[in-house]
Write a protein that binds this ligand. Structure first.
Ligand code: NAD
Ligand code: TYD
Length: 360
């Protein structure tokens, strides 16, 4: 039975990955979820699997090498999947330091402790051990030409403190592969959407605001393009890479699903109108009139678009969820989980929201 050490498993993609893996492998794997529970980490995301005997939660910081070491010493870890990160571009513009501390130094701790646990005296590694570092397409920068795509060979050109910190962490992982022959992979994925995404990110923020009849803030002209992937398809790609990828390689993951932000907002409004019952009091709040163009994000990347050719050719990965289906599932999930929304948007998030959007 393989044991996965998943960092950041209480966040958006990490919790979806854990759900995906238990659905697929049930009792044939063990998962240890190491998460410090920042504002973005929420154990409610994993309520339904808490009682499983093959699941353990450890509250710890990836920057804390003693705590991480203890997890490796007390468990036979086969695979590390490193999701833990500060992940929001706007927050990185306000406060870059924590991004470097968590994303760069935290990744370094994870690499060092995994290497320490897995390395044998002759410099080779325990059979079958793998480290997968979860990264983003934002490391490649911004595309201006509509026919260009990000390939694994595209040079890194990060613009935000977030993407610069992720790029730095990717380079550290690569350096461990090149220097120590460390058995790692990097995956660079496009924008994810789906259940459990913190409503500071575009899709859940728009759903949440529309239901409350609050302004829908569009940065700049609303024509920036993102390549949206349903989160379960990302989880599937990670599983395929860790269980079949070539060691030392990087794989781009993306859905060939480019949309302008303004299009996304219209699709969400249409979907809300379609799914909400006429008798639902929230329906009267949903209106195109809420769309409000606001000051652009500093250094706002224009377009991201992934070419997922390599993962498709080598591992047979393909996105399964069409955007039309995925967005419906996502909106439905948020409609049915208003309690979750309320829980995560109270307190500190409200203060953050007021600071970032009032008077923008
Ligand atoms: P998220 O912000 O929802 O979750 C991050 C999780 O990491 C939280 O549970 C948080 O508590 C935890 N965490 C943060 N700092 C930590 C620390 N020092 N120690 C331990 N745990 C810590 O992020 P997400 O959207 O789920 O993204 C997960 C990963 O995927 C990130 O590495 C991100 O860069 C990458 N990624 C995200 C997207 C996207 O669209 N969201 C796309 C591509 C790649
Ligand atoms: P976001 O979800 O923050 O993801 P990322 O910046 O990592 O791609 O933003 C997605 C796009 O939506 C991005 O172009 C910025 C834009 N955006 C808005 O227009 N309004 C908002 O309130 C937010 C949060 C994002």
């Amino acid at each position: 039975m393989k044991t996965y050490l998943v960092t950041g498993g209480a966040g958006f993609i990490g919790s979806n990955f854990i759900h995906y893996m238990f659905k697929k492998y049930d009792n044939d794997i063990r998962i240890i979820n190491l998460d410090v529970l920042t504002y973005a980490g929420n154990l409610e995301n994993l309520e339904d699997i808490e009682g499983r005997e093959n699941y353990t939660f450890v509250k710890a910081d990836i920057r804390d090498k003693e705590a991480v070491r203890k997890v490796f010493e007390n468990n036979e870890i086969d695979y590390v999947v490193n999701f833990a990160a500060e992940s929001h571009v706007d927050r990185s513009i306000e406060n870059p330091e924590i991004f470097v501390e968590t994303n760069v130094l935290g990744t370094l701790v994870m690499l060092n402790e995994a290497k320490r646990a897995w390395e044998k005296e002759d410099g080779s590694y325990k059979e079958g051990c793998r480290f997968l570092h979860v990264s983003t397409d934002e490391v490649y920068g911004s595309l201006n030409n509509l026919t260009d795509y990000f390939y694994e060979t595209t040079p890194y050109d990060p613009h935000s403190p977030y993407s610069a910190s992720k790029a730095s962490s990717d380079f550290l992982v690569k350096s461990y592969v090149d220097t120590y022959k460390f058995p790692a992979f990097i995956t660079n994925c496009s924008n994810n959407y789906g259940p459990y995404q913190f409503p500071e990110k575009l899709i859940p923020l728009i759903i949440n605001n529309a239901l409350k009849g609050e302004k829908l803030p569009v940065y700049g002209d609303g024509k920036n393009v993102r390549d949206w992937l349903y989160v379960e398809d990302h989880a599937k790609g990670i599983d395929m890479v860790i269980n079949g990828g070539r060691i030392g390689e990087k794989y781009n993951i993306g859905g060939h699903n480019e949309k302008q932000n303004i299009e996304i907002i219209h699709i969400i409004l249409d979907t809300l109108n379609e799914l909400l019952d006429d008798s639902d009091p929230r329906k009267k709040n949903v209106s195109e009139e809420l769309i409000t163009f606001v000051t652009d994000r500093k250094g706002h990347d224009r377009r991201y678009a992934i070419a997922p050719d390599k993962i498709k050719a080598e591992l047979g990965w393909e996105p399964e969820t069409m955007f039309s289906e995925g967005i419906k599932k996502t909106v439905k999930w948020y409609l049915e989980n208003e309690k979750w929304f309320k829980g995560v948007t109270s307190g500190d998030y409200q203060k953050y929201y007021d600071k970032m959007y009032t008077g923008r």
